[in-house]
Design a protein around this ligand. Structure first.
Ligand code: NDP
Ligand code: GDR
Length: 351
């Protein structure tokens, strides 16, 4: 992408250490923004994604310590940074963990967004706000493909917390005239995805199996269907949402859905394997057609108490208003992720 020089805009990104935070930072720096990215205080902070994109020492990138659950911290952050745009990407974003830690998830993923909206209302209501909403809010299938007016029915503490943050964004838009936009993004993946999420878990395991570092990949529900896109294109959609004339709600998706099983087959294929699935339920397993070796099996510990069975989004509103459309196919995305994991595992590191 060509750098477009500097501009006078200041963007605040919460959750810069995450997948989307890294790609959005790259995009906004390229557009000339002054970027302020927040990270949490931990005993050893991890900036591997920013490092992988070669951004960690960029002169227009400023890293700021921040915890989303602290209202005072949110107020002082917005007062100090004086951003034109805030992208709220910080969250406890793992659905599985939200069943184990529902209260923490509600505080970070739900109330965290409210803290920022309050800061905007009290400090400067002209700041444009992007809320990272999710297809998990659709949850139990009500209609397909899911779009902006499809009824919500979340199926996890994470989905419920995100729904609260979504409605708060809409409420602050309607009550106070704040430019609060909610992007309902379907699953988006990349080589920068954390390894706990299923696509990256699969591509990293494929690489490890190929290099003899792992024998078998263990997974949960293979029947779940997801609409998977490429994260780098989705952050471009976030930016477009905040450049629009009006605040609104937008779905970003590819309008294609595949099962987890399909993604497993695709990822192994990208590394030269041909898999065949046999059996049903907990005894289902996949063998390598050439060697007969079992490479994938079920471990029920990865099942969730309630599942989202089918996600497929209709991005036509975003296409019409923002001119946004996905470009990378699932095969290309999967191939890119497998290659990146093979490279990392060959080099002896994998985050
Ligand atoms: P990640 O899990 O990769 O990143 C989440 C970020 O939030 C990390 O930087 C994390 O910091 C930060 N964070 C967590 N808790 C706090 C806290 N208390 N205070 C401050 N920061 C905190 O998520 P993604 O990049 O994949 O997703 C970005 C956002 O988009 C999330 O809100 C997610 O829920 C949402 N979303 C993601 C989709 C996807 O498919 N990727 C789809 C739809 C929505 P740390 O590194 O310290 O943990
Ligand atoms: P999801 O993503 O829950 O859709 O949330 P995840 O990749 O965790 O799960 C997708 C589907 O795969 C099934 N699955 C497994 N999942 C994981 N993580 N590990 C396994 O071993 C496994 N086996 C099967 C899951 O049950 C599920 O059906 C992601 C997150 O990024 C959210 O923050 C975001 O809001 C949504 O996508 C859209």
């Amino acid at each position: 992408m060509q750098s477009q020089g500097t501009n006078s805009k200041r963007a605040l990104i919460t959750g810069i250490t995450g997948q989307d935070g890294a790609y959005l930072t790259e995009l906004l720096l390229d557009k000339g923004y002054e970027v302020f990215g927040t990270y949490r205080r931990t005993s050893s902070v991890n900036f591997w994604r920013l490092e992988e994109l070669g951004l960690s020492a960029h002169p227009r990138l400023h890293l700021v310590e921040y915890d989303l659950t602290d209202l005072g911290n949110s107020l002082s952050l917005v007062q100090k940074i004086r951003p034109n745009e805030i992208y709220n990407l910080a969250a406890q974003s793992f659905v599985g963990v939200s069943f184990e830690q529902p209260t923490t998830t509600a505080q970070i993923t739900g109330i965290g967004a409210l803290n920022l909206l309050e800061a905007i209302r009290l400090v400067n209501p002209k700041i444009r706000f992007y809320q990272a909403s999710t297809s998990e809010m659709f949850g139990k299938v009500q209609a397909v493909p899911q779009k902006e007016d499809t009824p919500f029915y979340p199926r996890s503490p994470y989905g419920v917390a995100k729904l609260y943050a979504h409605w708060m964004t809409v409420n602050y838009r309607e009550s106070y005239g704040i430019f609060g936009t909610s992007g309902i993004l379907f699953n988006h993946e990349s080589p920068l995805r954390a390894r706990e999420f299923v696509t990256r878990k699969i591509t990293d395991s494929v690489a490890k199996i190929k290099l003899g570092k792992l024998d078998v990949l263990e997974l949960g529900n293979l029947d779940a269907k997801r609409d998977w896109g490429f994260a780098k294109e989705y952050v471009e959609g976030m930016w477009r949402m905040l450049q629009a004339d009006q605040p609104d709600t937008f779905v970003l998706a590819t309008n294609r859905t595949e099962t987890v099983r399909d993604f497993v087959i695709m990822a192994f294929k990208a590394a030269g394997y041909q898999l065949e699935f046999k059996g049903k339920g907990e005894s289902e397993a996949a063998v390598d057609v050439k060697t007969g070796k079992t490479l994938v099996r079920i471990n029920p510990r990865y099942y969730r108490p309630a599942e989202v069975d089918l996600l497929i989004g209709d991005p036509s509103h975003a296409k019409k208003v923002l001119g946004w459309a996905p470009r990378t196919t699932l095969e290309e995305l999967c191939d890119m992720m497998v290659k990146a994991d093979l490279r990392r595992n060959e080099q002896g590191f994998s985050f």
